[in-house]
Design a protein around this ligand. Sequence first.
Ligand SMILES: CC/C=C\C/C=C\C/C=C\C/C=C\C/C=C\C/C=C\CC/C=C/C(=O)SCCNC(=O)CCNC(=O)[C@H](O)C(C)(C)COP(=O)(O)OP(=O)(O)OC[C@H]1O[C@@H](n2cnc3c(N)ncnc32)[C@H](O)[C@@H]1OP(=O)(O)O
Ligand SMILES: Cc1cc2nc3c(=O)[nH]c(=O)nc-3n(C[C@H](O)[C@H](O)[C@H](O)COP(=O)(O)OP(=O)(O)OC[C@H]3O[C@@H](n4cnc5c(N)ncnc54)[C@H](O)[C@@H]3O)c2cc1C
Length: 560
Amino acid sequence: MFVPAIKGQGTEEQQKKWLPLAYKFQIIGCYAQTELGHGSNVQGLETTATFDPMTDEFVIHSPTLTSSKWWPGGLGKASTHAVVYARLITEGKDYGIHGFIVQLRSLEDHSPLPGVTLGDIGGKFGSGAYNSMDNGVLRFDHVRIPRDQMLMRLSQVTREGKYVQSDVPKQLLYGTMVYVRQSIVADASKALSRAVCIAVRYSAIRKQFGSQDGGPETQVLNYRTQQSRLFPLLASAYAFRFVGDWLNWLYTDVTQKLEVKDYSTLQEAHACTAGLKAVTTSATADAIEECRKLCGGHGYLNSSGLPELFAVYVPACTYEGDNVVLLLQVARILMKTVSQLTSGKQPVGTMAYMGKVQHLMQSKCAVKTAEDWLNPAFIQEAFEARALRMAVNCAQNIGQASNQEEGFYERSPDLLEAAVAHIQLIIVTKFIEKVHQDIPGHGVKEQLQNLCNVYALYTLHKHLGDFLATGSLTPKQGALANEQLGKLYAQVRPNAVALVDAFNYTDHYLGSVLGRYDGNVYPALYEEAWKDPLNETVVPEGYHEYLRPLLKQQLKLSRL
Ligand SMILES: CC/C=C\C/C=C\C/C=C\C/C=C\C/C=C\C/C=C\CC/C=C/C(=O)SCCNC(=O)CCNC(=O)[C@H](O)C(C)(C)COP(=O)(O)OP(=O)(O)OC[C@H]1O[C@@H](n2cnc3c(N)ncnc32)[C@H](O)[C@@H]1OP(=O)(O)O
Ligand SMILES: Cc1cc2nc3c(=O)[nH]c(=O)nc-3n(C[C@H](O)[C@H](O)[C@H](O)COP(=O)(O)OP(=O)(O)OC[C@H]3O[C@@H](n4cnc5c(N)ncnc54)[C@H](O)[C@@H]3O)c2cc1C
């Protein structure tokens, strides 16, 4: 995040000076934005950067305990420098949050520079899983940096202390977060596909019940309940991969447009990265835990690989923007778009469907049979109608409040659901678009088509209440979707293992005795148990101190 911050907010001169140092690890940087008192509310940060025209320097200061920087990854032990976000004050005026490059530690002996207090914030969730990351705390006591270490692409402070705003939108200050959020979506698919690979392979090996005439028991993968829990997660792993690829394209496109001062897609990039980050990370965190349960008792062992994956993954719901806060950003943009519909302004990009408001508010889904749900046009329209109607309902309810802000506050739980519906529509749309493309490999397209339908119909089934409440579907059509879903699971089953093998993960990368490619699960579990440090001694350390006195007492009593 140090590098993208300098790339996005630094001038060419600043990039030339700092980036080569960072690339060659001659300096190590971190992204110091969040404070003890404020993370989500960036405009509420308290650290100050006051310009001193006498010395041509900024004075970086932490005025309160709550202004201590708190969380930056790499800050605790490793970083020599940070991009610090602070309130810029010049000529007695507060100009709000800006980025500054600040050296924290000596390049000679790594000791903190004068006026800098720093350290690690302590152990984190999951007994050690994420603790290889040194998340840090940082305080400044009037630390001076040269004026040219303010990141000056978006605005400048002159030698005399005049504040000058460039002709670029100030939201570009948040650009680093947009960049990381888009990368988190692709990473969600990676984490989810790891968990699913473990659960699918193990479910093909694990057998319970169902033995007839002394024959083999049933592979748990053949149980309909196992399929209905696992295959939607498999489909989600593919869905997030495709939407992640698309988001990466969108981000590249926006970046190219920004270079020629075209800011027209900035809002679209913000809404899509924020919303997709929120929906994919929440779904992935839940899915990893579901995969643990799908692996029964053995899933709870560290050697299954799932506990560590979960512990490392769950903070993704919080870092780079709390998921609820991000979805409310999407909701704000949805409400803005709905309010502009009457003025004739045509929505664009992923909001374009809202332009069909007249049709979608009244359309009736034409599905009559379960097979009809295999038609992507029906799926697409059902998701569009649900998302648009939820957004319009929210807008109408907000309109009845005494003022917009109050209405938004009161309706925020509904707004959250409307934002999720909009984002799920994007995921479904991008999956449908993907399977319409030429896909090489015999039969691959057909498998992806199945997974696309599973993702869409499972999402529909899970959120059926939304579809019914908005009148986008009838209860009968909801039941037909569920019927079709069951048939799709049966079609996915024969290829389930191949569909996770296709992720091409090595055993080393998976780190799971349950997810081994060769399926040799039981010998591996047995062998792994003997590696437990508790098994280094046959008689445990505490035996003489704690167990023996108890046992001897029992022995004495039994002899009486
Ligand atoms: C064994 C191993 C096991 C497992 C491994 C397996 C798998 C791997 C697992 C995990 C790894 C996965 C991924 C790793 C990849 C990367 C992550 C790595 C580390 C994470 C490091 C984390 C870093 C951080 O967290 S940095 C801090 C992040 N902080 C935030 O996100 C703060 C959130 N808050 C905000 O963004 C803002 O405060 C706000 C909420 C948006 C509010 O802004 P503001 O107060 O200005 O107010 P408004 O809402 O009114 O907005 C004003 C205006 O601006 C527009 N806007 C807002 N944001 C943006 C934006 N980003 N871009 C463009 N425009 C924006 C907004 O729409 C308004 O516009 P209008 O004025 O037009 O309405
Ligand atoms: C592992 C990890 C790594 C991190 N790395 C970095 C880093 O490198 N650099 C950095 O600067 N920061 C980093 N962070 C900090 C991270 O970005 C913040 O923790 C995150 O943005 C959430 O902010 P918060 O902690 O202030 O949560 P809060 O905003 O305090 O959230 C608490 C609760 O309040 C709710 N809430 C908050 N505001 C609203 C609202 N307006 N409406 C409704 N509900 C609301 C949230 O949904 C949540 O339930 C990291 C955090 C973690 C966990």
